[in-house]
Design a protein around this ligand. Structure first.
Ligand SMILES: [Ca+2]
Length: 281
């Protein structure tokens, strides 16, 4: 089990470990004509102008009610500050594993038992074993128990799209976020996530959420509060990215390549495979 303190310490490492948020490499190929950045700027002075440009660009592509969400967005200096303050990530794998994975396996085994019905369904439907899903769920949010500082998702993504540092990546994600809203999955202008706009308990970027979104317990897809949907959606993301049922997932194996698409940090990839072994016991 996590003490409040260990969860806090654990998450302090998160911005170092996940500079783009989880699933940052899961972006689909850019479709020509889609998500062209209006323009970018490194201060908030032209943000209202940017909002109008974006609305004009997407006019007719989304519902008016979806595009109206753009009106209320504000440039977030807090998000930009967090983005600028990232430090290069230099921990060795053993140090990283100790910091991030200590205690996670026992919590994972508990969830696998508690939500056996959904883990079984995920394995049956998508071929992804429980220990992989549970490892990611534990690493990303301590199984949804972590309640840290959070930010309105659409606002974070809009700010990072407008900002020049990663405008291409986040322009694609902004378009995906509008699609999440347009399709009625969640109102991302209100829903909260970590500072880089991640969605739900396994920290999907919007484009990854659209790939994984699965309703495992009825009532629509809710990866913020439904463990069933978190399990199903994460499993589907892996299946859609080429996971091979019953295949090895250690370094060098095809399934390890799918783990590498989930997160670009090498130590994080190794941690998922090792933690899965530890969970399986
Ligand atoms: Ca559901």
């Amino acid at each position: 089990m996590y003490s409040a303190k260990s969860v806090r310490n654990w998450l302090l490492a998160l911005p170092l470990a996940l500079p783009l948020g989880a699933a940052a490499l899961a972006l689909p190929a850019l479709v020509p004509g889609e998500a062209q950045a209006a323009f970018c700027s490194n201060d908030g002075g032209r943000f209202n102008e940017w909002k109008q440009a974006i609305k004009a660009e997407y006019s007719g592509q989304f519902k008016a009610s979806t595009l109206a969400k753009i009106d209320g967005l504000q440039y977030s200096t807090a998000v930009i500050k967090l983005d600028r303050n990232q430090k290069s990530f230099k921990l060795s794998f053993p140090e990283f594993y100790k910091r991030r994975a200590t205690g996670v396996a026992s919590g994972a085994r508990k969830r696998i038992q508690q939500y056996k019905k959904y883990f079984d369904k995920a394995e049956q439907q998508f071929g992804v074993p429980p220990e992989i899903i549970a490892a990611i769920w534990g690493l990303e949010s301590a199984f949804g128990t972590y309640k840290g500082k959070s930010f309105p998702i659409l606002q974070s993504i809009a700010t990072l799209s407008y900002d020049c540092r990663r405008t291409d990546l986040f322009s694609r994600e902004f378009r995906a976020a509008l699609e999440v809203i347009d399709r009625g999955y969640a109102d991302l202008s209100k829903a909260q996530g970590a500072w880089a706009g991640e969605i739900g308990q396994t920290q999907f970027l919007p484009s990854s959420f659209l790939i994984g979104a699965t309703d495992f317990d009825g009532g629509g897809v809710n990866v913020f509060s439904s463990p069933a949907d978190v399990i199903g959606s994460t499993a589907k993301w892996f299946a859609r990215n080429g996971w091979q049922r019953g295949g090895d997932y250690h370094e060098g194996a095809a399934n390890y390549g799918v783990i590498q698409r989930w997160n670009k940090a090498g130590v994080y990839q190794k941690t998922i495979a090792k933690l899965a072994d530890e969970i399986r016991g």
